[in-house]
Design a protein around this ligand. Structure first.
Ligand code: TYD
Ligand code: MG
Length: 452
């Protein structure tokens, strides 16, 4: 049995309403809702289905979601091939970390002959941007600059220019004239971003929006925009160090597990193809407190040297200072050593660092961290070619960690011969010897046997 049902549709945004409305609930437009009759079939079971021909999902294929390479290899690989035309990407990071430099380099790569790229520079004068561009390479003619902070004027100009890529530096400097609050406020950010997203979809223009986040104010900043955009990239690092990581926090068109590694040099950001090599280059193999761990950044294995220095102090408790390793993990490693190996940390100063500005914030570094502390407090070197990779549970047991095969391959590639692992670890690549242990205590016994 079929019967007619009245449906009212907004001509501006397509929102369906069960009854006529003066103002659309979807987009807020006035007088845009009109009746559109639809045949509704009611099945015997009482379920309903529209008689209008809905498109089959598979007919859409991948068209419209295929990335176009920027030509900046490290960024393309993090994005799974490049930027998808008409997509909106938010590049967030702390002030001074290098967002403007990265996005300028992206714009310069994307502005190949025949392409048109526009930089909207609300934050710096065009001359300053050009000076930065000259430091990093040759500025292409097809890269234009728009020195304006009014969203409506920016969108009007871009609607006429129809570039392939627009970089907004930064969303905090834009202002919507019809929003009654200061530039940079959450209402302004939301409104500006929503208008840019609409423009991107309507004109099929790719948009890269820069947003500052601060350590304490992350929620009030561009994080409120994350649900609006297709991709969220975060640019991270320590300003005292030249290493930078580009991580994908959200990606509607691909995976979020990859990470790009860069070095900030005098000529802008340079991709680091072999970060393991960078982290180990100045290492002193066999120094007490030094242990190498194959850690994972995204899907990428990186060999990092963990270093500990444990000294006697005159205070009562242990003073702990860390770099690149969470203090909580150091405390846990100290507690495990104290419980299962009777190591005493009272009246000590404990310094732990991931060398070269690296970060080890995953369970795979637990065993290396404990061995590094033990090696320093006992002032005993570990075998120079030893790598340790295991999570240590609170019962002192060694547990396997994800991507073990990839980690072992990286250790082998970097010339290490010996890896201490949990019993369940997979078979190693040819030429790499695994020492399997069940517990932290067992691992230490195995290492002592090796050194004897
Ligand atoms: P910037 O991109 O302005 O950071 P953000 O936009 O995130 O605030 O760059 C920050 C720092 O990078 C700045 O202190 C200078 C440094 N820098 C270099 O070391 N080399 C370079 O080639 C460039 C362009 C900048
Ligand atoms: Mg900047």
């Amino acid at each position: 049995m079929a019967k007619n049902r009245r449906v009212f549709v907004c001509s501006d945004c397509g929102t369906h309403h069960p009854r006529w409305e003066g103002r659309c609930n979807g987009c807020g437009s006035w007088a845009s809702v009109a009746e559109a009759p639809v045949e509704v079939a009611v099945s015997k079971t009482g379920s309903t289905a529209t008689a209008t021909d809905l498109p089959a999902l598979e007919d859409f294929g991948l068209s419209g979601c295929l990335p176009v390479p920027i030509g900046f290899d490290e960024v393309d690989s993090v994005l799974g091939g490049g930027l998808v035309p008409g997509s909106v990407t938010l590049l967030s990071g702390e002030p001074g970390i290098g967002k403007s430099t990265l996005s300028l380099q992206i714009a310069m790569h994307a502005a190949a002959p025949g392409a048109s790229v526009v930089l909207v520079t609300g934050e710096e004068a065009p001359a300053q941007v050009a000076a930065r561009g000259v430091r990093t390479g040759e500025i292409p003619r097809s890269l234009s600059v728009l020195d304006n902070t009014s969203v409506s004027e920016v969108i009007a100009t871009l609607t006429e220019a129809k570039p392939q890529l627009v970089v907004i530096d930064s969303i905090q400097t834009l202002r919507c004239d019809d929003v009654d609050s200061a530039a940079g406020s959450v209402t302004q950010l939301r409104s500006a971003a929503a208008q840019l997203v609409n423009m991107a979809k309507a004109l099929n223009v790719t948009v890269l929006i820069i947003g500052h986040v601060t350590k304490d104010g992350t929620l009030a900043g561009p994080r409120v925009l994350e649900h609006l955009v297709d991709t969220v990239l975060s640019f991270e690092g320590d300003r005292m160090n030249s290493l930078r990581y580009l991580r994908v926090a959200k990606h509607r068109y691909g995976s979020t597990t990859d990470v790009g590694v860069f070095e900030m040099t005098g000529q802008g950001l340079v991709s680091i193809r072999d970060p393991s090599d960078l982290f180990l280059v100045d290492r002193h193999p066999g120094a007490p407190g030094s242990v190498v761990v194959p850690t994972i950044e995204g899907r990428r294995p990186l060999l990092v040297e963990l270093q500990s220095l444990v000294n006697q102090s005159h205070g009562m408790g242990a003073h702990i200072s860390t770099q690149g390793v969470p203090t909580a993990r150091v405390k846990q490693a100290m507690a495990l050593l104290s419980r299962y190996l009777d190591v005493e940390f009272v009246s000590t100063e404990v310094f732990v660092s991931a060398a070269g500005g690296a970060k080890v914030n995953e369970p795979g570094g637990d065993l290396a961290l404990a061995l590094s502390l033990l090696s320093s407090i006992r002032n005993v070197s570990l075998p120079a070619n030893l790598v340790a990779c295991a999570e240590v549970g609170l019962a002192g047991e060694l547990r396997s960690v994800p991507h073990m095969e990839r980690r072992l391959q990286e250790a082998h590639r970097m010339g290490f011969h010996l890896v201490i692992v949990p019993e369940s670890a997979p078979e190693p690549p040819m030429g790499l010897r695994l020492v399997r242990a069940r517990s932290l205590f067992g691992a230490v016994e195995e290492i002592q046997a090796l050194s004897a």
